[in-house]
Design a protein around this ligand. Structure first.
Ligand code: UT7
Length: 331
């Protein structure tokens, strides 16, 4: 029987217009452009401003753009997954709200939370529904309004994050293209190092939790850095070795954009030259679920059918993973 694979057949990104620069942050907290740039690689990030706007608004923009550019009618979509840590609300799922805003009426949709690895988890999950023949057109959205959980009085975290969303269309193919292999991992013992202290069932919101500023990202940066730098590189090398891919076989590395030093270390371990690594952290910061689709979107015009692409991520949970893709189309 011919094997069906899931192939990416379209990609679209969205970032809100407001740009928060390092210079502006210098006026808000005790930091410098030089510190932020050398320690993280970030110069600016986009922030979603406006009352009543959330992750679904950015996700819906990306999805509407994706449908238009691929000539897909909303009714054709069978499933939509949204990878996010900043849902519009605890329930219903942001994926449902995105589907509604984008006119998608024939799909089942749900959210998936794997923090910065969410997009990888969502692609792998979605690909199984395509490979089994359940659906012909599936959309994966990675989107986060990180500004909604960022404490702009804390220099440790407020310089790191930005807002944005990306949408990916997956369709079946019988050719040797698409999602070829993946390795996904998680380790819940990493929870103390990166989490939000209140707002969930363990510590529901109260005046005390608000006063203690517990509804923001908490990160032990150094501890997370140590895990991220080894796990992201290890898993990227592992997927290469598992599939007999040599450094020279890799057309592009698409790393999660959390810190330029983590990206460089991963590329070095893989033996991939800098000009084959997609990096836009300078302009967007860490947009969590959106970093990888925003890269693919910006580089789409340079991708060629048959390119070997490695997606790699590490994030809260801890979660981490890598996907090997054979790109399915010339732009
Ligand atoms: O995407 C999810 C996964 N997350 C990650 O992968 C993030 C991993 N961690 C990191 O990227 C880095 O740890 C950070 C960028 C968060 C921090 O960089 P670092 O080189 O690990 O700095 P540090 O936390 O060790 O802090 C070094 C110094 C400290 O001062 P002292 O104690 O040496 O006097 C901090 O207080 O830098 C200070 N510092 C700052 N200074 C100016 C921390 N944040 C700032 C800041 N501006 N924004």
């Amino acid at each position: 029987m011919t094997k069906i694979r899931a192939a990416i057949t379209g990609i679209q990104g969205y970032v809100p217009p407001y740009i928060l620069t390092n210079q502006e942050l210098e006026k808000m907290v005790d930091t410098t452009d030089e510190w932020i740039l050398t320690r993280t690689g970030i110069r600016e990030r986009h922030i979603l401003k406006g009352e009543g706007l959330g992750t679904s608004d950015m996700g819906a923009e990306a999805v509407k753009g994706l449908l238009a550019k691929t000539g897909t009618a909303p009714e054709e979509i069978g499933m939509l997954i949204c990878a996010t840590v900043t849902p519009d609300m605890i329930f219903p799922a942001t994926a449902n709200i995105i589907s509604d805003k984008a006119g998608i009426k024939n799909a089942f949709s749900f959210d998936l939370n794997a923090a910065c690895s969410g997009l990888l988890y969502a692609i792998v999950t979605a690909s199984k529904f395509v490979e089994t023949g359940s659906f012909k057109k599936v959309i994966v959205v990675g989107g986060d309004k990180m500004s909604s959980i960022t404490d702009y009085t804390s220099r440790d975290t407020c310089v790191l994050f930005g807002d944005g969303a990306g949408a990916i269309l997956l369709e079946p193919t019988t050719e040797e293209f698409g999602i070829m292999d993946s390795i996904l991992m998680s380790d819940g013992s990493g929870m103390p190092y990166l989490h939000m202290k209140a707002g969930g069932s363990v510590k529901p919101p109260s005046h005390d939790t608000v006063n203690a500023r517990e509804h923001y990202i908490y990160q032990d940066g150094q501890a997370v850095f140590k895990f991220a730098v080894t796990r992201m590189a290890d898993v990227s090398v592992e997927i290469m070795e598992k599939n007999n891919l040599k450094s020279e076989d890799i057309s592009w590395l698409v790393p999660h954009q959390a810190n330029m030093r983590i990206i460089d270390a991963t590329a070095r371990r893989m033996g991939v030259e800098k000009d084959k690594v997609m990096v836009n952290i300078e302009r967007y910061g860490n947009t969590t679920g959106a970093t990888i689709p925003l890269c693919l979107w910006e580089w789409e015009n340079r991708l060629k059918k048959g390119d070997n692409i490695i997606l790699a991520a590490f994030g809260g949970g801890f979660t981490w993973g890598a996907i090997w893709i054979k790109w399915a189309y010339d732009s």
